[in-house]
Unconditional design. Sequence first.
Length: 371
Amino acid sequence: MSEEIADKIVRRIRAEGPLTIAAFMAMALHDPEGGYYARRGPIGAAGDFTTAPEISQVFGELIGLWCAEFWERIGRPDPVILAELGPGRGVLMSDLLRAAGTVPEFRRALRICLVEASPVLRAEQERRLRLAQPAWVTRVEELPDGPMLMVANEFLDALPIRQFVRGAGGWSERMVAVDPAGRLVFVDGPASPAASLLVPSRLRYCAPGTIVEICPAALALAGALGSRLARLPGAALFIDYGDFPTASGPTLRALQRHRPVFALTAPGTADLSAHVDFAAFAEAARAAGAEVHGPTSQGRFLTALGAGLRLEALSARATPAQRQSLESGVRRLLDPGEMGDLFKVVALVSPGLASPAGFDPGIDPGEPAQR
Ligand code: SAH
């Protein structure tokens, strides 16, 4: 079955010429017939990758408390939209809603909207979240107007990226082509002024050989949310793995059954993702009118929200075996050597509000780094 989408990509390249990596990713992930998200349930031990809400219930619970606290701060609007981008199996939302139940007026005010492209995952969300009666949309632009709280874990890393290579003659775009044996391969396009304009100005003068990634869809999303938040009260909380400040170097990766594979070998059967450039994302949201808090590290954020206390409370009622798995889950989320440092949290917020819970004021983005 997976040959179908690989064949489709090869046919398109033979007809139209090499594809940008973004166009390749869009087909490999979202083609309605053979795309990765169209066909499989990718998340969890039996899938290709796992995520924070799947590792520990504490993750979604603390985010639920963050939302309740923020709702108080914007004057307890009722109703308030609670939107999630890319809810996966619905685990984060289900843990979040359980914690939200501790503030009953907040829980009652919530109108849940899920933004999901994958029919397979939407079916799973329907099963898990039926009682909460969510509404589904496929694009952020379709969300209703009104005060809004938005959460998104590991959504931005799944958006298509483009890569640019600094050659002796300037910048060129890295493309996906077909070799004489019919295999998909990376090639460097011609050097062009258009390519160099797309490279972030801070990275434009890197050494020859440097590869730089941009994610136009993430920047467009930041812009759309930034202007929405300037107009309507709310906040959008993004948690993902990536860089701050902006870094150079290729990070596109493919995972199949929790193992890395070459990004072009298995379109439709491997998850594709890339590091999020949090500095560029924050800048785009700010330029459109939102205030931005963070990014801070996931470890610091969850610790500031009380991960330790929540773990203690759960452990007090647990069997020794449950206690051990609770502890190891929370450790995985917080440890700098595991997800604690690489994963970052950023909040886009309507202007004029105090700093939301979990963020230290004022972090300087500093100079670009090399990965
Ligand atoms: N947040 C979940 C799942 C992360 S996987 C968790 O933490 O477990 C990425 C999610 O984003 C999936 O639900 C996937 O179907 C969805 N997704 C990816 N690209 C999308 C797009 N362009 N539009 C809407 N949803 C998308």
